[in-house]
Design a protein around this ligand. Sequence first.
Ligand code: ARG
Length: 574
Amino acid sequence: MPELKNAKKQLIADLIRVEGMTAEDIYPLIAVPADRKMGDYAFPCFRLAKVLRKAPAQIAEDLKADVLSRPHPFQSVEAVNGYLNFKFDPKAGAAEVIARIVAQKNRYGAFDLGEGRTVTIDYSSVNIAKPFHIGHLSSTVIGGALYRIFKKMGFSVVGINHLGDWGTQFGKLIVAYRNWGDDADLAARGIYALNDLYVRYHREAEADPALDDLARAAFKSIEDNDPEALKLFEMFKDITLRAVRKVYDRLDITFDSYNGEAFYNDKMEPVLRELEQKGLLVLSDGAKVVDLKDYGMPPCLLVRSDGATLYATRDLAAAFYRKNTYDFYKNLYVVAYQQNLHFRQLFKVLELMGMPWAKDCVHVAFGMVSLEEGTMSTRKGKVVWLNDVLNKAVEKSLAIITEKNSALPDKERVAEQVGVGAVVFFALSNNRIKDIVFGYDKVLNFDGETGPYLQYTNARCVSILKRKEDYLDFLSASLTEAEIEDLAGEETAALSAILENMPAVLADVVEKYEPSLLSRYLIDVAQAFNRFYIANRIFDQGVCSRARLGMTYAVHTVLQEGLRLLGIGAPEEM
Ligand code: ARG
């Protein structure tokens, strides 16, 4: 992957002239001094002593004179003990980042790390006829955020919803539908009615185990392409997808492929044959497994003794399909850590098969979401539907907004963005491997480290900007030296240093598959802006400081784009 260059280090590298060395040679030598009082960056001259046949201290002195003889952006350049120390003028740094953001607008932060390489991301991957519950939230929003961020960083991205659309649960549903199904109820209540049928099946099957035989037979009839069974199967799938698509719309989630488990039914055979040819498939009590003892794992079961294939078999076929179809650079699976073993086994089998790309498959694991006590009537075993959580968050947002700003136009739309955004931000705000506890008051706290806090700070920026007509025109010319004086002060320096970091933060998200780095970063931006805003007047007796308004614009741009990348709306007013 190309390296993300630090703009300031690059500036220094371009200005230091040493015979026989290019800026490329110089760049990696520039370091950040341990003692920041020495400067922002330092260039050590020791290694040059031999070639130049001069003492390091002398080299530093000579280079200093040379750099200062030409135009430069430094507040100071000092030669100290064989080092050349550089200090940037923080005001100039702030002006520079403002100019960059004004020029690049929402493209700011992008950096072509991908160079067109393809990343496949398997996320959300819901199960047909099972509820889309709060547990699917993380996979869906982490995957969605990675999808947008990888795109921004120049990758070509394929979002895959690996539907759980195969397995014995379909036999159970057919039996339930035949016994107790009510078409009018299904039409009216959709997935809720389907779920009730599923729950009822389990209740009745406890008393009447014969139902399970019927269910097995029904599932077999799907496998045998019985037209009536297939019709029901399609109906269940349709009802489920209609419900989950509503949630996806609210979360701004899209997929390029809905190829789920059923899609791989006819694609497992060749893979199993290859495993057999390679001598990797062994019989164990009639079942076919890949032995993984040597790697400290239980065997990977691929064909049961009754001939049935498994989740792992389909995932194996899917990995080959993805490599052949998309020639991925990375193949990501955004799935709960409960499936750690499954993915370790899967990747190991690919490796044993001699697939060099096994190392490019990554399990992007995340922790569990649970609900604060009393958040909902969570009678044991009762599922909490994600859509209901979103509805309740929106309802509560509407109440808060109405209280804060009763004259706000289009309150319902803003409440939707705030309520949904609060839930999404919550799921993205912690290191993904952590287990997290959801609570409405916590995620909706406008003063906390929350989605609404970011949205509110952004709306504040917008309202400041709107006080100046045609503010973009007003900001388009570069700042004069006199105007740059408005950027003095430590709050401004701190804010500008943070804004400058966005490209590095996004590169880090891509490298670690960790969207929470962006979430935390946006909180830092908002907090630094609020400190800047307290310390600085943007309008003084009706006169607008172009430099400070530019800073406000920069913050607005970074917050709005950052929220978009996380999948969160940015209302202009709230
Ligand atoms: N449907 C599965 C579940 O809900 C997740 C599938 C993840 N993707 C995969 N290729 N295994 O547990």
